[in-house]
Ligand binder design. Structure first.
Ligand code: PMP
Length: 414
């Protein structure tokens, strides 16, 4: 598979080698790297990506959920062009930020007030800063397998770049272990930060009882419960919290919510967020030159209102559920398991079941083989086996992908 990939992609290979002269690894976003070298894409329309060597792929990765709207969506383009016409560095209040805030607060149950940032990482950093300021405490509970941003990564213990908060880590989906950790730190707990489904940790949904337990313990200890819905907000118009019927104190957003432009948001209870109100004595400043950049504000608003109303969220969720069921039916009896929820899926190699980070196996050779074979069949997904359906992916695309996976399984020697 490697030799075939190398032979098929000489232009991508040359581009990678040239780029690596000035960028470590040839890129500036580590998750996009894979062996033997990543493809360089040059054009993207709808659900299709085209690379430097002229191959076209069905884009199942959907930029790790940021690409919800597919590529070059004409309505988003129109919104951005309209925004550009009005100027893009206003250095002043604009109109789109208020509209975007209103639609988010209307839809997402926990959001009474919201503020914008440039990335999901920043949104989480600010949520944690908010929680420590609000509670006057310093400890933050996070979970194994969690990814909350480039300096908030708990997939491998002791990630050297993490911001130096006082983090304590408990096992995701394990109420007994979490109970012990909370008991030990209850008096100093500022926040419990959790993804309602681990995204980059392998598309492992939280047990609703686990999240309900976190809600109870946050209430009891006075810690703020923060849902990182940077990826999962696509599960329903009001995010995964709406599906679950569990409302956190704060929520962070990012990815597609800015219409495919740089974006992050943090918000929640009015009494917590009101400290950012500069009309109030003793308010806290939240700066950021591009927090209200007009392109993200305009694209985000049009995306949510025109392209992703709650009915579209339901439809996308159902398409993803069908795809995951079909893939698991195809893989039945083989050491391949598809986890996830709605439009987010990840493949795992091994016997299963896979419900917590403890159950994960690295399986690097299987992952590489599967990934390269899917590329050869015309499907672009993450090396780690993640899929995030965009609104442009059709049932026909899903059926064709299922055929490709069947083909893989028919000659996979395990
Ligand atoms: N939280 C989650 C759950 C994420 O998946 C990500 C990005 N993959 C982030 C936060 C960070 O967002 P960003 O990359 O925009 O900083």
């Amino acid at each position: 598979a490697r030799a075939r990939f190398v032979a098929a992609n000489p232009a991508s290979r040359a581009a990678h080698e040239e780029a690596a002269r000035h960028l470590p690894g040839g890129n500036t976003r580590t998750t996009l790297f894979y062996t033997p070298f990543p493809l360089t894409m040059t054009r993207a329309v709808g659900s299709r990506l085209t690379d430097l060597d002229g191959h076209t792929y069905v884009d199942l990765l959907g930029d790790y959920t940021a690409g919800l709207y597919g590529h070059s969506n004409p309505m988003i383009r129109k919104a951005v062009e309209h925004a550009l016409d009005g100027g893009w560095n206003l250095g002043a209040h604009g109109t789109d930020e208020a509209r975007l805030a209103a639609v988010l607060c209307e839809r997402v149950p926990s959001l009474e007030l919201v503020r914008f940032t440039n990335s999901g990482t920043e949104a989480n950093l600010l949520a944690l800063a908010t929680a420590t300021t609000h509670t006057g405490r310093g400890t933050i509970l996070v979970f194994t397998g969690a990814y909350h941003g480039s300096v908030l990564s708990f997939g491998d213990s002791g990630f050297p770049l993490n911001v130096p908060h006082r983090f304590v880590v408990a096992e995701y989906n394990d109420i007994a272990e979490t109970a012990a950790v909370i008991d030990r730190h209850a008096g100093d707990l500022a926040a419990i930060l959790v993804e309602p489904m681990l995204g980059s940790g392998g598309c492992l949904p939280a047990d609703p009882a686990f999240l309900a337990y976190l809600r109870d313990r946050a209430d009891e200890t006075g810690a703020l419960l923060v849902f990182d819905e940077v990826m999962t907000s696509r599960m329903a118009g009001g995010g995964m919290q709406e599906l679950l019927g569990i409302t956190p104190d704060m929520t962070t957003l990012g990815k597609y919510t800015g219409g495919g432009m740089s974006f992050g948001a943090f918000g929640g209870r009015a009494d917590v967020m009101a400290r950012y109100d500069p009309r109030r004595p003793g308010h806290v400043a939240h700066a950021g030159t591009f927090n209200n950049n007009v392109l993200s504000m305009a694209a985000g608003y049009v995306g949510l209102t025109e392209l992703f109303p709650p009915s579209a969220a339901r439809e996308l969720f159902e398409r993803g559920e069908r795809l995951r069921a079909d893939l698991n039916a195809i893989a039945a009896g083989r050491p391949m398991v598809w986890t996830g929820m709605g439009s987010m899926l990840t493949v795992h190699f091994g016997p299963g079941p896979v419900v917590s980070p403890r159950d994960l196996r690295p399986a690097p050779e299987d992952r590489e083989l599967f990934h390269l074979e899917m590329l050869a069949s015309g499907f672009h997904l993450a090396r780690r086996g993640m899929i995030a359906l965009s609104l442009e992916i059709t049932d026909e695309d899903c059926a064709a992908f299922c055929d490709a996976v069947s083909g893989f399984l028919s000659h996979w020697n395990v």
